[in-house]
Design a binder for this molecule. Structure first.
Ligand SMILES: NC(=O)c1ccc[n+]([C@@H]2O[C@H](COP(=O)([O-])OP(=O)(O)OC[C@H]3O[C@@H](n4cnc5c(N)ncnc54)[C@H](O)[C@@H]3O)[C@@H](O)[C@H]2O)c1
Ligand SMILES: Nc1ncnc2c1ncn2[C@@H]1O[C@H](COP(=O)(O)OP(=O)(O)OP(=O)(O)O)[C@@H](O)[C@H]1O
Length: 532
């Protein structure tokens, strides 16, 4: 069902709402006041309401009492009809509002083009749309019917000055994301709707939320991101590049450093492409279908940091000591890449945090237009200062707390197994929609870590009366000094990092904490011993 159909659909049948806000507005206005305004134009309904407001007749005349009761029954039936009508009208109004919003977004996309997908659009679409999907909307970056689909970019028109072979090609495969539904033959995704009917609030049945990526056209271009200074990584990269070219006819893009290394080694690698400057790097997402990383978690973080907007799916091969985000065994790269290139395959949509620094001198102006995107966390710590940090924290407009200690970690759920874990934060499944708020060595016994909902905006302020400065670092890199009066703002970015799963999100997550951390590894008690 497309959004365009929705306003007509509600007149035929009752539909569930998908946002709590819409219900709140209904609750706020109160079902009785909403209903009474609706029925005022209908005389019979008005009469019914007036009648029901009167105290029931008490009389010794049995006929009169019976007649009065019959009248009350009729009046109640009329009231039920009026209530149903009012609720349906409110729902129709809500769908009309969404329809208009969607049309406005479409219009905006037409105007701004591919790169202007509105904030939170992915999340909105993911929660609104169904699994069974007609053809994709090729005009925008987010289709109307899947979670998000990529448009197929046309080949560059051949000009008199064709680009040299090491430059980037500009063809991109399209794909569609859908919810994987176990055992649901219709493939109909059951949304977690909250429905509000006559005062009863309920959530719909939970369904499998594993996201599947299905190619709509064959992927053609793979970007390799590799850990530097590792001979084993270099050897494997050269082998994989050759295999992809010869067996899969795939275009390969590598970082300038790797391009130099491979070309120095063998002129065979003349076909590989790279980028020359930041402008070309910024456009990578429009050319690359898939990213392959060879290294540890740090290499996945590095790959994500190259993309300030949409990120192509990442296939992370494990060549590090730990590997929470690198599920693919490098020894089986042929089978793994075969599966991914053919699809469909499971992905984990890893949220990123978008961070902005606001300098005291510039009042409320962001230091840079572009946010700094982190996949793990942003850390605000005392750096080389020997004083406690003193940080005032706000969640939306509510004061949260003052952090006095070594600092604070604001982490994504993917980052929950990294620095936040070392500071006492909980491990959180990467698909849980939340932001972790974890103090580092707080000088207070009661300061326990928090997990906040994903939709909040956090503001961490270094107050003017702070004894020292603070330093912010982003996925363990790019330290920025925060002086008294400066602030850091963070919220969830609309551009997650889709990482391919070896099995599925949950199996991969559990395997990583078992193998990476030996989580709760304990010898089992023997059978012989005291028993009840
Ligand atoms: N005390 C600590 O635990 C501590 C201190 C500083 C930084 N870090 C982490 O290091 C990250 C940067 O990683 P790097 O590889 O560039 O630096 P790095 O080379 O110093 O490696 C840090 C370690 O953290 C692990 N790691 C990274 N992301 C992870 C994740 N999401 N889940 C579990 N482990 C993860 C890496 O595998 C690596 O072993 C930072 O984002 C931060 O989370 C941790
Ligand atoms: N393509 C790259 N260019 C520059 N630096 C990179 C690149 N890939 C990774 N790094 C950096 O190299 C460091 C080590 O990378 P990575 O964590 O992947 O390897 P590792 O330390 O061997 O693995 P593990 O973290 O599992 O022990 C990280 O700090 C990361 O930022």
């Amino acid at each position: 069902m497309s959004l365009d159909e929705l306003p007509h659909k509600v007149s035929d049948e009752r539909v569930n709402h998908d946002t709590v806000t819409s219900h709140e507005s209904e609750i706020g206005s109160g079902s009785i006041s909403t209903v009474s305004s609706t029925v005022s134009s209908v005389e019979s309904e008005k009469a019914a309401y007036e009648f029901l407001a009167q105290t029931p007749i008490k009389s010794t005349d049995a006929h009169l009492v019976e007649f009065s009761e019959a009248m009350r029954t009729v009046a109640k039936a009329l009231r039920r009809v009026a209530e149903g009508k009012a609720a349906a009208q409110a729902e129709a109004e809500e769908w009309r509002r969404k329809y208009e919003l969607e049309m406005a977004h479409k219009q905006q996309r037409k105007i701004k083009g591919y790169g202007s997908c509105a904030n939170n659009e992915l999340e909105k679409l993911a929660s609104q749309l169904t699994l069974e999907t007609p053809a994709s909307d090729q005009a925008g970056c987010c289709g109307n019917h899947g979670i998000c689909s990529h448009e197929v970019l046309q080949d560059e028109s051949p000009g008199p000055n064709p680009r040299s072979s090491h430059k980037l090609v500009s063809r991109k495969a399209s794909f569609r994301l859908s919810w994987g539904c176990n055992g649901d033959k219709n493939g109909q995704h059951k949304h977690d709707f909250v429905s509000f009917e006559k005062g009863d609030i309920t959530t719909a049945e939970r369904s499998n939320k594993q996201i599947l990526l299905k190619w709509e056209s064959s992927p053609q271009t793979v970007l390799f991101i590799t850990k530097p200074n590792s001979n084993s990584v270099h050897v494997l990269c050269a082998e994989m590049v050759r295999w992809l070219k010869e067996h899969k006819k795939i275009n390969v893009v590598v970082e300038p450093r790797v391009s130099k290394e491979l070309l120095t080694e063998d002129s065979y690698y003349n076909f590989i492409q790279t980028w020359d400057d930041d402008e070309e790097k910024k456009m990578l997402h429009t050319k690359v279908d898939l990213i392959v990383t060879l290294g540890g978690d740090g290499t996945v973080l590095w790959a994500a940091s190259l993309f300030k907007g949409p990120v192509p799916p990442v296939v992370a091969f494990s060549l590090g000591s730990l590997g929470f985000m690198t599920p693919f065994p490098s020894e089986q790269y042929r089978d793994c890449l075969d599966n991914v290139l053919n699809g469909p395959f499971s992905i984990t949509l890893r949220n990123r945090l978008q961070c902005h620094v606001i300098r005291d001198a510039a009042k409320d102006e962001l230091e840079t237009e572009e946010p700094i995107l982190v996949l793990n966390e942003v850390t605000i710590d005392r750096g080389i200062s020997s004083y406690l940090t003193y940080l005032e924290c706000y969640c939306d407009s509510s004061f949260v707390t003052c952090v006095q200690g070594d600092g604070l970690i604001i982490s994504t759920t993917s980052g929950s197994t990294a620095y936040s874990l070392a500071a006492g934060g909980s491990m959180v499944h990467p698909q849980v929609p939340g932001i972790l708020f974890t103090p580092i060595c707080p000088h207070s016994l009661s300061f326990r870590p928090l997990i906040l909902p994903e939709y909040v905006t956090l503001r961490v302020q270094v107050p003017h009366n702070s004894r020292g400065q603070a330093w912010a670092s982003f996925d363990g890199k790019d330290r920025k000094l925060l002086s008294p009066g400066d602030a850091l703002i963070c919220s969830i970015s609309p551009w997650p990092v889709p990482t391919a799963c070896l099995v599925d999100s949950t199996t991969d997550f559990l395997r990583s904490i078992h193998e990476g951390l030996h989580w709760n590894l304990r010898k089992s008690q023997s059978f012989d011993g005291p028993r009840d």
